[in-house]
Ligand binder design. Structure first.
Ligand SMILES: [Mn+2]
Length: 307
């Protein structure tokens, strides 16, 4: 999974992957999709620029044959391609949500895996609808500073989606876990397990991983990573930063340890380039998306070794 192009070249597709327009005929097993939408932000907007910034930052990651510290090249087990961005009429969030869901349904119906680049966190709701339609109710593995289960807010609000997803029957609450939380929520009635940022930072990565594995089990799981799970020192370019978060190193170690779970979909959201510095946040987003590819490749590798 390496490119010969210099690190500073323009990078219109993630990691210089080939473009793809038809998921059904593509030989790629993993597809990247951009969702440049930020009409559901309650704080600062700007994550509409996330997919482009993440793709450009991925140019810095395209030279490694095997991504450190993985001991294999993901490209040996899995082809990947980039579907580009969801086209939509700016100002019509419902049409956007419908288009995103339809596009995701097309991909998921082929059995391929989708990695979506946000966009604000609202995009996870149409993505969960598409994935749950194929796999049934899902375990949610949710990295964030906020629970995004607030009861108030309109139809398009990036702080309410996971309550809506629960109400729509898309999630298995007893299998779902939220990691990195450090803002108020109704603890006594909360439907999901919470590993708050203080707990995660106080404990070993292995403890955190064990809690996630025992909660999720073998359920089909959707992994969503709000970049504001990271401390603003590691991800300043986001709409609603909260201090006291995870380091990028700690988050990457946790994510890498999830390869044996039954992961069926991914997104990384809330990268907002207008508030970024030196591409810190977009590089973190690109690195996470690459780690998601390695999680998928690791599963393929395991399957090929046992067959
Ligand atoms: Mn969020």
């Amino acid at each position: 999974m390496a490119s010969d192009l210099p690190l500073f070249t323009s990078c219109p597709t993630f990691l210089h992957f080939p473009q793809c327009s038809d998921p059904a005929t593509s030989t790629a097993k993993a597809l990247i999709l951009g969702a440049p939408f930020d009409l559901a932000t309650t704080g600062r907007s700007g994550s509409r620029g996330g997919p482009g910034a993440i793709r450009q930052a991925s140019a810095n990651l395209a030279w490694e044959e095997a991504r450190w510290p993985w001991d294999f090249n993901a490209g040996d087990y899995l082809q990947a391609a980039d579907l580009g961005d969801i086209p939509h009429a700016v100002g019509d969030p419902r049409a956007f949500a419908d288009r995103l869901e339809q596009r995701a349904r097309q991909v998921v119906a082929t059995g391929k895996r989708l990695i979506t680049l946000g966009g604000d966190h609202y995009i996870s709701l149409p993505l969960l609808r598409a994935h749950a339609a194929h796999h049934g109710p899902l375990a949610l593995i949710h990295f964030d500073a906020h629970t995004d289960t607030y009861g108030e807010g309109g139809e398009f609000d990036h702080g309410t989606m996971f309550l809506r997803a629960l109400e729509e029957g898309l999630l298995l609450p007893e299998r779902s876990v939220q990691i990195g939380i450090r803002t108020a929520y109704e603890c006594s009635e909360h439907p999901f397990e919470v590993l708050d940022a203080g707990w995660v930072n106080e404990h070993d990565v292995a403890d955190c991983v064990q809690r996630i594995h025992s909660r999720v089990g073998d359920a089909p799981a959707y992994l969503t990573f709000d970049i504001d799970c990271l401390d603003p020192a590691f991800a300043p370019g986001t709409g609603t930063p909260v201090v006291g978060g995870l380091s990028s190193d700690r988050a990457l170690r946790i994510v890498r340890a999830l390869a044996s779970l039954n992961l069926c979909g991914f997104d990384v959201v809330e990268v907002a380039p207008p508030y970024d510095h030196a591409e810190i946040t977009s590089l973190a987003g690109a690195t996470l998306a690459l780690e998601f590819l390695y999680l998928l490749a690791a599963a393929e590798r395991l399957a090929s070794a046992s067959s």
